[in-house]
Design a binder for this molecule. Structure first.
Ligand code: ZN
Length: 339
């Protein structure tokens, strides 16, 4: 498995948070709160997860979210240019945070969603050009860092439908996934647009088990979560960042419904740390809520310790592993399941 510190055996990842961000610039939407660029602070925050026994995170910060996401960001990096998919200084900072904490980081590649996508760039690159960027990051590495992406995402839809520009990115993500075997992780917040994402990606040849629909817990429906799992997808209960009773209860209810419907093996858990106010240093849950209070809430609701562990360890590893059935024509480019 490719990580910020190079390839490691898939079996060595341990408990995984499936959707997080270490360095991110969301200031276009969250001015004042939407910037994580303090390396020492992020290392302290991630160390909390390590102390809980955490082993790895997926860092799903895609192209448009990375300019200015480190103090040493270069002016020359511009996500509105072809091939500039991740601020290389941020990739290197992720590696240092991983080294400092011992937590593995699997990096995502791709382009984000409206309104961050530049329609002119998307039109210029087209599906083939966008796919080539992702394949490059997955097989060669980000810019000159030598650090490779391990999955595609987050790629998303901003609203309750996939826009024309976003559709180009989804088609490219599908092509890159089919070519490399890498899984795709989506952003589908608030509305049930994950169903449309599922249909589009599957129609492009992506195996259902290589697709994770993200932010399913931001949708006020339990049936939606079960439907996505029944389609064979991984379900991101991945915005676990509030201890407000209603927020916790909804997420516990979704997990229970998935388990009762026989889909425990499709659940992925995370916080989606993406703004400063979510850090523990600022009074937020940081990277500690899933293995802390959320785990306790699940156990209180009747989930077994071994069941929780399998959601954290086995599900992400299976999602990342080379597909057994495989999408039609998927070359077995990636290493064996144990690497
Ligand atoms: Zn995210």
């Amino acid at each position: 498995m490719e990580t910020a510190r190079g390839p490691v055996p898939l079996s060595s990842l341990g408990p995984v948070l499936s959707h997080e961000h270490l360095f991110i610039n969301l200031m276009a939407e969250r001015r004042g709160d939407g910037l994580l660029h303090d390396e020492a602070l992020m290392a302290r925050e991630l160390a909390v997860f390590a102390k809980q026994g955490g082993g790895a995170i997926f860092d799903l910060t895609t192209a448009e979210l990375t300019p200015g996401s480190t103090l040493d960001s270069e002016r020359s990096f511009d996500a509105r240019r072809a091939g500039q998919t991740r601020n290389p200084r941020a990739v290197e900072a992720v590696r240092r945070v991983s080294e400092a904490t011992g937590v593995h980081v699997v990096l995502g590649t791709g382009r984000y969603r409206d309104p961050f996508l530049d329609p002119e760039l998307i039109a210029e690159l087209g599906v083939a050009g966008l796919a080539a960027e992702m394949v490059h990051d997955l097989t060669v590495g980000f810019a000159d860092t030598g650090i490779r992406a391990g999955l595609i995402g987050e790629v998303g839809a901003d609203k309750w439908f996939i826009s024309e520009v976003e559709e180009q990115v989804f088609r490219a993500a599908a092509a890159a996934s089919v070519q490399t075997g890498a899984p795709v992780y989506t952003h589908a917040a608030r509305w049930t647009v994950g169903v449309e994402q599922s249909e589009l990606l599957v129609s492009c040849g992506v195996a259902p088990e290589k697709i994770a629909i993200g932010h399913v817990d931001t949708v006020p429906s339990v049936d939606y979560a079960v439907e996505l799992a029944a389609r064979g997808h991984y379900v991101g209960i991945d915005t676990i960042y509030s201890t407000a009773p209603a927020a916790l209860e909804h997420r516990v209810a979704q997990v229970l419904a998935l388990v009762r419907a026989g889909h425990r093996d499709r659940i992925l858990l995370a916080h989606d740390v993406c703004v400063a106010s979510l850090l523990q240093a600022n009074g937020g849950p940081g990277f500690g809520l899933v293995m802390g209070e959320f785990r306790a809430a699940l156990l209180a609701a009747g989930i077994g310790e071994d069941e929780f562990r399998s959601m954290m360890v086995e599900n992400p590893a299976r999602y990342l592993a080379p597909s057994e059935s495989g999408a039609a024509g998927t070359p077995k480019k990636r290493a064996s399941p144990s690497a």
